[in-house]
Design a binder for this molecule. Structure first.
Ligand SMILES: *[C@@H]1O[C@H](CO)[C@@H](O)[C@H](O)[C@H]1NC(C)=O
Ligand SMILES: *[C@@H]1O[C@H](CO)[C@@H](O)[C@H](O)[C@H]1NC(C)=O
Length: 396
């Protein structure tokens, strides 16, 4: 009896010790930027503290947390460079990161916060304030201003999660995902004035397996812009407005350009935006393409161009290439698109003469011009409809 008890005791001890060891092995270190000298009053420069936290987390063999507590932290531009020794760095942000008051301090740096070669980075919460208002005014007045910085960019990174982050008043684009794989943005909030220039909400390019979920984007340019080389992108439950809507493009600026494929945009709402669901390409030769696109369950309110393919894209009509777009657009489905257009033409397909749009499919599309019937306009657009739609189809 005593012997069995001893064996049982030893076995329990072994289990207990191995559990202890396991907890030790996955111990997570937290780097609180306050303890690294950051200043929470928004005035003292906290760049070095955050940079130090990143270096420590990146050199650590085990997963770690970078903690930004409540408060306001002034950060000059910062490059979070990987690769790191571990694949689990989490930013827990309760506070606000603010850019320098004078946009000239960082205006030519391209990026304010740039992650490169990161694997397994998450950002949870927090606010990024790009303080772009003065720069927008400078640009409006046609003065000599720097181009401004993108607030947050991930470049050549993978397995990234961004949750509950707010970006406000970015100088240029708010968030850029470039050359990345497996990035999930959820509960992101983008806020900038409806007439702020080039303040795209989220821009994706040369990336695969990106999802943008349950987010709200109010800005002066595209809500989400989808650049060359985007594959397997999901946009779901996103609200856009004000701004320029969801845009695939602009594409075809270069001859050798990667295509866009397998993009799903669903359960989105667009309010008072310039465009709803748009594909835009420059009118010049290109090897680019757009295929397998699904736009599903969209509600539009007072949108200037609810459904639009524009293969003669040329903003402000300056230095237009004036040729024919080589970008091949095919298999684009619009399913369950409802609401109101702010202009008489609710559906516009202006496709390329050289490569007409193929496989356009319209189903359960019901768009009105205010309370009147709207119209559709087609050029070089081939496709089908299922059931009644309004405005009635002009596809060939
Ligand atoms: C298309 O993209 C979705 C993500 O939106 C992904 O789940 C699916 O596997 C992709 N399809 C193909 C054929 O790669
Ligand atoms: C998307 O919208 C459709 C139609 O309104 C609805 O049936 C569906 O449940 C929605 N999906 C999600 C995930 O909310």
């Amino acid at each position: 009896m005593a012997k069995i008890a001893t064996i049982l005791f030893i076995q329990l001890m072994v289990i207990f010790l191995s559990i202890c060891q396991e907890t030790l092995a996955i111990e997570i270190t937290t780097y609180n930027i306050l303890k690294l000298g950051a200043n929470p009053n928004g005035k003292g420069d906290s760049t070095n503290s955050l940079s130090k936290a990143w270096s420590l987390a990146c050199e650590s063999k085990t997963p770690s947390i970078i903690y930004v507590p409540k408060g306001s932290f002034l950060i000059k531009h910062l490059n979070f460079k990987g690769p790191c020794r571990n694949k689990g760095i989490t930013f827990r942000v309760d506070g606000i990161l603010v850019a320098p008051t004078n946009y000239n301090d960082i205006g030519d740096a391209n990026y304010w916060l740039l992650f490169e070669w990161a694997d397994g980075v998450s950002i949870n919460g927090g606010t990024l304030d790009g303080r772009g208002v003065a720069l927008w005014a400078c640009k409006k007045n046609g003065k000599n201003c720097p181009s401004g910085v993108t607030t947050l960019a991930f470049s050549n990174s993978k397995n990234v999660a961004i949750n509950g982050l707010t970006s406000r008043n970015s100088q240029m684009f708010h968030i850029v995902i470039n050359g990345c794989e497996n990035v999930k943005l959820q509960g992101v909030n983008v806020l900038a004035s409806g007439n702020s220039p080039n303040t795209d909400g989220i821009h994706v390019q040369l990336s695969k397996g990106i999802s943008i979920l349950q987010s709200k984007i109010s800005t002066g340019d595209d809500c989400v812009s989808i650049g060359p080389g985007t594959t397997n992108l999901l946009i779901e439950k996103v609200h856009c407005g004000p701004g320029h809507g969801v845009s695939i493009g602009s594409l075809g600026k270069d001859f050798d350009e990667a295509g866009v494929q397998n993009v799903t945009v669903k359960n989105v709402t667009l309010s008072s935006t310039q465009n709803g669901l748009r594909i835009k390409t420059w009118a010049k030769p290109s090897k680019g393409f757009v295929r397998n696109i699904l736009f599903q369950h969209a509600i539009m309110t007072n949108v200037e161009n609810p459904i639009v393919i524009d293969q003669n894209y040329c903003p402000s009509n300056k230095n237009c290439p004036g040729q024919v777009s080589g970008v091949k657009i095919s298999d684009v489905t619009y399913h369950d698109i409802q609401g109101t257009s702010a202009t008489g033409i609710a559906v516009k397909f202006d496709c390329s003469k050289a490569s007409p749009c193929q496989g356009i499919k319209l189903e359960s599309v019901h768009l009105k011009y205010k309370n009147q019937p709207a119209r559709a306009s087609c050029l070089n657009a081939v496709g089908t409809t299922v059931g009644p739609i309004e405005p009635s189809s002009c596809l060939s």
